[in-house]
Write a protein that binds this ligand. Structure first.
Ligand code: SME
Length: 200
């Protein structure tokens, strides 16, 4: 990772008029980047890289995907991260459980925060929802306290919607784990084994 190529803008104030424009441009770039490619791993890998390099002051950006009753690490940029997060645990598991964005200005004050990179000080997690179905979460970490605000929530929810739109064709194909296990009556142990054998 060449961190010298990353933006290192100063701390954002609570109201930063530049953020909406930054997210507007990034959303257009992301949409173009994911167009014409149906592979969900390729698309989420490129999405993680685009977000990580476009937004200042991040130390982690990436995806966790729902596998049964836990989240499993997907494509990301940043330091190696914990692989499995039960729904309801940590910031990611909480966002997945409530199906809403969770903004944490100080991760040390969040009960149950899972520290993957000790440098992380604040975090924003946005659920990926396709119709009624939770696909996973988009997770952003920053080494700055209070790095994220309402503009980031709005902007990242728009980015997540673009990612979901490009994942939707593979979600609809019932061979993906997002769909298949909700439609089968397989015992939980069998579902778990099958899910671990499949990629998104
Ligand atoms: N901090 C997250 C875990 C994922 S890492 O930040 C990449 C959490 O508490 O869910």
């Amino acid at each position: 990772m060449n961190d010298t190529a990353r933006p290192t803008h100063g701390p954002h104030s609570a109201y930063d008029p530049g953020k909406p424009e930054l997210y507007r441009v990034l959303a257009m770039e992301l949409d173009a980047l994911l167009s014409d490619e149906p592979d969900p791993i390729a698309n989420t890998a490129n999405a993680a890289a685009a977000i990580y390099h476009a937004l200042p002051d991040l130390n982690w950006a990436g995806f966790y995907f729902l596998r049964g009753d836990e989240l499993v690490l997907g494509p990301f940029q940043g330091r190696p991260a914990c692989v499995r997060i039960p729904i309801g645990r940590g910031v990611c598991g909480t966002a997945a459980a409530v199906r809403q964005s969770v903004l944490v200005p100080d991760v040390h004050a969040f009960p149950g925060h899972i520290a993957c990179d000790p440098a992380s000080r604040s975090e924003l997690v946005v659920p990926l929802i396709c119709g009624e179905r939770l696909l996973g979460v988009l997770d952003l970490d920053s080494p700055q306290a209070a790095r994220f605000d309402r503009a980031d929530v709005t902007g990242c929810e728009a980015l997540a919607a673009i990612v979901v739109r490009h994942l939707a064709p593979s979600v609809r194909r019932t061979r993906t784990p997002f769909v298949i296990f909700e439609r089968t009556g397989l015992p939980a142990a069998v579902r778990q084994r099958l899910m671990r054998a499949r990629l998104p």
